[in-house]
Design a protein around this ligand. Structure first.
Ligand SMILES: NC(=O)c1ccc[n+]([C@@H]2O[C@H](COP(=O)([O-])OP(=O)(O)OC[C@H]3O[C@@H](n4cnc5c(N)ncnc54)[C@H](O)[C@@H]3O)[C@@H](O)[C@H]2O)c1
Length: 430
């Protein structure tokens, strides 16, 4: 085994160990896929959502196994499909593994069904998250392994759809790997194990922040309907992104769940608003949130996230234990107190490892299912948003059972109402 394989095997082992701690252990090797056990036959990939992260995920998937091909692609928009598919085909490392003739390129709202029905083994789901629940549901119904980018839903009904699909995947012995990439980072995983082994004592609080600048937006072009305009600018609409507390901050909420040893909160209080990003081009989402998650054991997670131009950027977790504290940062974690240590992180490798794990699981017939934490960590963000929008404290069960279905009815390209900005104290919890 060369050093690259050794390193990759080591990061996979670290992941498997930490996933056990997080309650997401690999299932027993009860299932042996006849189709792929030999490793000689081609694993066929369908790719749905040809955007920037999707292009990265597609390349990672193609690098994860010698004998894989992307054989079908789908996107809501022709130009997105064309540009990202052309770029992937030209890629010196993986271009020859792209085998998508025009008859296996699909555009429109039903493109996902056509990709999934194209005799593929595994699908990469990388559209805006509002569509993810239905895409996951249909993929599992049709017996496909899934890579699902984060977050996996934007509202309570979406979470319940994904939870049901996760159970169906377990019964069908299908893999679901989540794009919550930090779980696949060897350093982050090692820190979670260090904490779980008691080196910080009892963890009673975590402060986490994901503060960034403003992000991209696309001016409206002639011919774009309301629906197209919102979808092209999906970050700024709750029905598509869940707001940035879900879309972006889910990474931090998921790490908090990992460091809290897989525990999830019982009560959520949040405040937020829209101070600087108030123009129409920024839809109706907030630009900052401050959220308190309370736990059954008395522990708390304090989460801050902000997207405001000209403000300080920071992505950091501070984990407070009775014997010390750990500061997780983008490139390393530093533990101080009774058992100090420093652990390096490497995100770019994590993006590859998540696909290495997925394809290895398919080859070995040992399904991986990240469903539990990907749903619950997404729900933390949704709960925080609903608590901030309404100004009401929520229980975990209220959030999970929320009846607020944000997906527009009978979605089609055409006129589409622009959702109002939420007003705490006036916006009702549903
Ligand atoms: N894990 C990470 O670090 C990370 C980083 C960036 C983005 N993401 C996630 O990846 C997802 C995609 O983000 P992105 O930055 O690539 O966005 P993007 O806008 O670049 O790409 C999304 C693509 O999906 C297409 N699309 C929209 N609706 C569709 C539908 N109904 N059916 C098929 N295609 C549809 C769009 O046309 C676009 O090409 C999001 O969930 C985002 O949160 C994860």
């Amino acid at each position: 085994m060369g050093s690259k394989e050794l390193a990759s095997a080591s990061s996979r082992r670290t992941f498997i160990k930490s996933s056990t701690l997080a309650g997401g252990a690999l299932a027993a090797a009860a299932f042996m896929s006849k189709a792929h056990a030999a490793g000689g036959d081609t694993i066929k990939i369908g790719w749905i959502g040809c955007g920037s992260r999707g292009a990265g995920a597609a390349k990672n998937a193609l690098l994860a196994d010698k004998n894989v091909k992307i054989v079908a692609v789908g996107d809501a928009f022709q130009d997105r499909l064309d540009s990202h598919l052309a770029a992937l085909k030209k890629d010196a490392k993986v271009g020859e593994k792209v085998d998508c003739p025009p008859e296996r390129q699909f555009v429109g709202f039903d493109a996902y069904k056509k990709v999934i029905d194209s005799d593929v083994d595994v699908v990469l789901l990388t559209t805006p998250p509002g569509f993810r629940p239905e895409h996951i549901r249909y993929a599992i119904e049709k017996g496909k392994h899934v890579f699902a980018e984060k977050p996996v839903a934007v509202d309570g009904p979406g979470i319940r759809t994904v939870l049901a699909a996760v159970e169906a995947a377990k019964a069908k012995k299908l893999s679901i790997v989540s794009g919550l990439c930090w779980r696949y980072d060897a350093g982050t995983s090692d820190l979670s194990k260090y904490i779980a082994d008691g080196n910080l004592g009892d963890v009673h609080a975590i402060q986490t922040c994901y503060n960034t600048q403003d992000l991209w937006s696309f001016p409206r072009k002639d011919g774009w309907s309301d629906t197209e305009y919102q979808m092209r600018n999906w970050l700024y609409y709750t029905w598509l992104s869940g707001d940035h507390i879900v879309e972006q901050n889910v990474h931090n909420l998921d790490r908090a769940a990992l460091f809290m040893k897989g525990e999830y909160p019982t009560k959520i209080t949040s405040l937020g608003g829209r101070q600087t990003r108030t123009e129409e081009q920024f839809g109706h989402i907030f630009d900052h949130f401050a959220t308190v998650f309370e736990y059954a054991n008395g522990g708390r997670v304090f989460s801050y996230c902000r997207q405001q131009k000209g403000t300080d950027s920071e992505n950091r977790d501070i984990i407070f234990g009775t014997k010390g504290r750990a500061e997780w940062g983008w490139s390393e974690s530093v533990v101080t107190g009774e058992k100090p240590t420093t652990i390096k992180n490497n995100l770019s490798k994590a993006y590859q490892t998540e696909h290495d794990v997925l394809f290895e699981s398919i080859r070995k017939g040992e399904p991986v299912n990240n469903g539990d934490y990907m749903c619950k960590s997404t729900l933390m963000g949704i709960a925080g948003r609903m608590a901030a929008y309404t100004g009401k404290a929520l229980t975990w069960e209220q959030a999970l059972n929320s009846q607020e279905d944000t997906m527009p009815k009978n979605l089609a390209f055409g006129k589409l109402e622009f959702p109002p900005v939420a007003k705490p104290g006036f916006t009702k919890f549903m």
